[in-house]
Write a protein that binds this ligand. Sequence first.
Ligand SMILES: [Fe+2]
Length: 358
Amino acid sequence: MYFKQFLHDEFGCSSYFIASRFSRDAAVIDPQWEVQPYLDLAAERGYTIRAVIDTHLHADHISGNRRLAAATGATLYLHEAAEVHFPFQPLRDGEVVRVGQIELHVVHTPGHRPEAISLLVVNPLRSPEPSMVLSGDTLFVGDVGRPDFGGPEGARQQYASIQRLLGLADWVEVFPAHFEGSCGKGMCGRPSSTIGFERRYNPILQLSREQFEQAASEPPARPLNMTAILAMNQGVADYRWVATTPLVEAVPEITVEAAPAWLQEHHPFILDVREPAEYRAGHLPGAVLLPQADLAVRLAEVPRERKVLVVCAAGARSRRAAGFLLGCGFPQVTSLAGGTNGWRAAGLPLATGTLAEG
Ligand SMILES: [Fe+2]
């Protein structure tokens, strides 16, 4: 068999190319929007992409699944529970997708999303048992996928799905859909692991079911532009411009110490990109709430003719949101380094309540 993991640094995602060296058939799992690398690899090595599979509907990046299937004639697979407005081949638990002699066994692992699947990779020429699991956003290295996108039963289902994966043999290698990013809280950063190592040393897997559900009730912030990305991945709206908008890296920043005088001088539009609960607990006076998850769909609410100061909790979200705004052509965007936490620590005044929601 041929196996390649693609690491995508911008969103901390992994995608996979699996092929049979005998039949020359290939499958791509969780392809990114930019599909040329998969096409180039197939052409270079003489493989034909027959199957395109997304482990779930992604909330943090726009999938290339439909583009890659259209470019290759491959079958597009999703779990049957996927609610999308385009045709696909539905997968059920226990089903097998064949790539030449290689078998991809579908395990329905709901929790992160209702339609989430994991794929057990079996190469019968080597062994009747799986050697790898493509664990999607169910099991990460050192963490598990956030269950708050999975509906009211998300946390309970995620716990059960993970227990199912932990029933695999110790040697089974774990290849998740993320090594960093906003779909988990404490990923280790390594791109792969084994079931045995995770069972023993993944801190979330040491929790009782009650502790697990408690930890799940404090999810991280929703990803940048999630509303637009999910609508695009469901086929209900065309937000491909989000996928092609660069996140500008060179973002002007201002320190908390320098901010008060700068605010006095420039009177910027203060854009708070945190979640509503964070905003209510304390924000810069005059800041307007627009959570980063909604930024692309509410872009018209951000003025282009004024200076914009983007603020979050500690400065990471605001930096990326500012990079997106710069990529969209907003000319005067600055990020507050240190964020609202730094502002508070400096003893500067905060406002509370919901008055300034944008
Ligand atoms: Fe995800």
